[in-house]
Design a protein around this ligand. Structure first.
Ligand code: ADP
Ligand code: ADP
Length: 217
């Protein structure tokens, strides 16, 4: 379960990205996060992932309060989280396989087991066979799939995606949504942000709407 208890996030310089937010997301839920650019969607996801810290309030992930944790403790929590970043964070000097291997290298996964995991992740997103390709050779949709493979390769219980369908044609965007749905169906808690709500409406899931760091109607 993910729980925000009166969370405020102020960036250095005084920019208040989230203002006193309280809500929770149940284990196994699939939730959408909507709102215009600057609403605080990325910040909210980064707080769950332990990439940013709350200025005030509690962020609880699986019962553990990230706000009070030290860096090395947060690393353990992060092993249960996969994140698809808005700016992709693809390493363009490494091939597809090595990009997906990266999280397992960081965890210190057994190398042979890891190779099997990487292929399984690539298979799920339809990129098996492109292992040796350099990312620059992939289309926009394929690059997004690469990011998803990298986010799920360590089988996280929580999958976060920051505007995964931005810059994709509607058909590709819907494919990506279906992919997230398939991870939700096997038990992952999934949180997906988007500024385009039309993609979310067909799914009948809860939509958390943000505007200027607060809930919007
Ligand atoms: P969204 O993902 O909805 O576009 P963000 O969470 O990226 O919103 O941003 C929320 C607000 O916080 C914006 O005003 C943005 O400019 C600000 N912000 C985001 N990241 C930083 C940062 N690292 N430093 C200062 N301000 C930031
Ligand atoms: P994101 O929504 O993923 O944060 P952005 O394009 O909004 O992506 O921002 C790119 C980077 O710049 C992010 O690392 C974000 O934290 C940072 N950032 C965003 N807004 C600001 C800001 N007002 N001041 C400083 N850094 C910011």
């Amino acid at each position: 379960m993910i729980q925000f208890d009166q969370v405020t996030k102020r960036y250095p310089g005084g920019n208040e990205a989230l203002k006193n937010l309280s809500f929770s997301i149940e284990t196994g839920e699939m939730v959408f996060l909507a709102g215009p650019s600057g609403a605080g969607k990325s910040t909210l996801l980064k707080l769950i992932a332990g990439i940013e810290r709350a200025t005030q309030g509690g962020v609880l992930v699986n019962g553990q309060n990230l706000t009070r944790m030290r860096g090395n403790q947060i690393c353990f929590v992060r092993q249960h989280i996969g994140m698809v970043f808005q700016d992709h964070k693809i390493l363009f000097d490494r091939n597809v396989f090595d990009n997906v291997m990266l999280p397992l290298d960081i965890i210190g996964f057994d190398r042979r087991d890891a190779a099997r995991r990487v292929r399984a992740a690539l298979d799920k997103v339809g990129l098996l066979g492109r292992e040796k390709s350099m990312p620059i050779r992939l289309s926009g949709g394929e690059q997004q799939r690469l990011c998803i493979a990298r986010a799920v390769v360590h089988r996280p219980s929580i999958l976060l995606a920051d505007e995964p369908s931005a810059n994709l044609d509607r058909a590709y965007a819907l494919d990506i949504m279906e992919l997230f749905k398939s991870f939700h169906q096997v038990g992952a808690t999934v949180v997906i942000s988007a500024h385009d709500e039309t993609l979310m409406e067909d799914y009948g899931r809860r939509i958390i709407r943000l505007r200027e760091g607060q809930f919007a109607a």
